[in-house]
Unconditional design. Structure first.
Lengths: 114, 117
């Protein structure tokens, strides 16, 4: 299930199940969104991105859904594996195509039980 | 993909001392690099944008005289935490977009853990 801790929501799933991680973004002008995976003590790793002119994009075992109406982004991980355990951040960027900075969401900790 | 390195990976220092953290783009040139700070169980917060050959731009609330940024070459940006105090203890992460990879994607360094005693 999903719980909200002091700072970081946690999602606990069984190995092999599908995971859905949600993110609400703040800026309606944002036109590019990215999901990052961060393992403990490491920098963020790129997972998948989506532009605002799309509502769905699929990668290997991952799917990102974008709902601009309610400013909501989700990351779906199929057949979750123990190696997927990490903190997942969504990030938004305005001025897609520029070298502008990213604004990160709060993050969700995914724990995969074997 | 492009690789960004940071040095050191961790550092422990006494209160009042200065600490320099390096961020290097190993296989691409970066005219812009970003410095983030991350406290435990929290998200990444942008501190400043480092611009090669010009002054860095700082986010609101970040003291430019305390966090000195130098971007002297197209592959190196440094962040110096001056007169560090325990509240500066954090995980510092840099990132850089690789124009050849598409400017949207940013490549992150592995981070530097700073502990101020």
């Amino acid at each position: 299930g999903e719980s909200v801790g002091l700072h970081l929501p946690t999602l606990s799933v069984q190995e092999g199940d599908n995971s859905i991680i949600n993110c609400a973004y703040s800026n309606s002008a944002s036109d590019y969104f990215i999901w990052y995976k961060q393992e403990s003590g490491k920098g963020p790793q790129f997972i998948i991105d989506i532009r605002s002119n799309m509502d769905k994009r699929q990668g290997q075992r991952v799917t990102v859904l974008l709902n601009k109406t309610v400013k909501h982004l989700s990351l779906q991980i199929a057949a979750t594996q123990p190696g997927d355990s990490a903190v997942y951040f969504c990030a938004e960027k305005s001025q897609e195509g520029s070298q502008g900075n990213l604004i990160f969401g709060k993050g969700t900790k995914l724990s995969v039980k074997p | 993909g492009a690789v960004v390195s940071q040095h050191p990976s961790w550092v422990i220092c006494k209160s009042g001392t200065s600490v320099k953290i390096e961020c290097r783009s190993l296989d691409f040139q970066a005219t812009t690099m970003f410095w983030y700070r991350q406290f435990p169980k929290q998200s990444l917060m942008l501190m400043a944008t480092s611009n090669e050959g010009s002054k860095a731009t700082y986010e609101q609330g970040v003291e430019k005289d305390k966090f000195l940024i130098n971007h002297a070459s197209l592959t190196l940006s440094t962040l110096t935490v001056t007169s560090a105090h325990p509240e500066d203890s954090s995980f510092y992460i840099c990132s850089a977009p690789d124009p050849l990879a598409g400017v949207n994607e940013q490549f992150f360094g592995p981070g530097t853990r700073l502990t101020v005693l």
